[in-house]
Write a protein that binds this ligand. Sequence first.
Ligand code: UDX
Length: 443
Amino acid sequence: MARISVIGTGYLGVTHAACMASLGHDVVALDVDKDKVTSLAAGIVPFHEPGLPKLLKEALAAKKIHFTSDWTDVAAEADVHFLCVGTPQLPESSAADLSQIKSAISSLAPLLTKSCLIVGKSTVPVGTAKWISEYLIANSPAGKGVHLVWNPEFLREGFAVEDTLYPDRIVLGIQNKEDISGLTDIYASALDASTPLVVTDYATAELVKVAANAFLATKISFINAFAYLADEVGADVGTLADAIGHDTRIGRRFLNAGIGFGGGCLPKDIRALQARASELGLSEHFEFLKNVDEVNKSRRNYVVELARKTLETLDDKTITILGAAFKPDSDDLRDSPALGIALALSKAGANIQLHDPVALPQVRARNLPVTAIENVEEVFDGADLVLHLTEWKLYREIDPKTIGEKVANKRIIDGRNVLDRDLWSNAGWQITYLGKPGSQAAL
Ligand code: UDX
């Protein structure tokens, strides 16, 4: 079993650390945020991720993991260091902010006195791994004994544990062939289960991650562009997606039309890719991603305008919003289409009654102009309009008859196109989908 450190305890880091410990490796996980370290050491995961708290508690009880803010612990206790810090979008530009990466390697390098492996997992602009490797060699006492491997992570929120333990593929960007075995030992269980292993250079490994996210984002905006068309001509975008999805070259997944994508990855990754392409003089070839981003953002305005059209005016109307997180099984509000719509409606004068099964503490922490309602039974009271914006299973199980008695008007917009039309219509509701006929969605 390996001695591992995980640097950065955000979404990626905590999941990776707990999963590696569950495989029997000895893990020390570092974060510069001492409060975070204290709560993780007590087994508290600061975000909602199914299965992760249990895994963390088991690892703590088995003494397979501990948390620290002390870089000397990391250098002393591990031979393989996973770099899992965040690379968010810079506030004033579309490029990625690499300050956490720079700070991590400058703290770690002077302490690397013996040969070791650094494994980059953060999502970075292409070319980053090369300078990290050069920096580490130049600034570590162990010099050329410090080897870097680039090993992008593809975990989805809500499935983070499963995706870490049973990934679709393992990608290793290397400079030295002998570094492969260090990683294949650590990932032995996944590789034994026939997970494809792709060994390549740094630049390709970095690009695999951004290309995958750019492709997924493009797929979603592609189908959302067709949702506009479908609304205009009375076609059904869901049936269209099913039909083209039968073509295995296309595939059905990520063709669900609705209010578009959000979260901490897809939006910032397509922007960072455009910024990097532009630095490399290739911006014209990545113009399409600007369009992908614009189609995506326009979906939020479209729903706001649809609500305005339905209600004639938004001023002083009561609107119930189901869902705040950017997707179900997550409490992540980063670039959430649901929250974006809620705030735009509030700005336009509507009173927002917002429910989410897990994200309300994050909503409250942001002190937003919405009324957060814990009990889903109470969120419908007096509503002029209901918007279904995050496809939690809970919302598909709502009885439209019961809630029909609580609202002022039985009108719902299904921003995710998943509610049962017959069920809602038979209970007397006017249900509007995005890109489905008979739904009066075309503005
Ligand atoms: C994504 C990638 O899937 C993952 O591989 C990468 O490591 C990180 O970024 P995540 O951000 O967890 O993962 O969310 P994902 O499941 O990809 O969904 C992204 C957004 O797209 C969500 O807002 C979701 O609601 C939306 N979406 C997804 C659609 O609107 N339609 C679809 O068909 C699929």
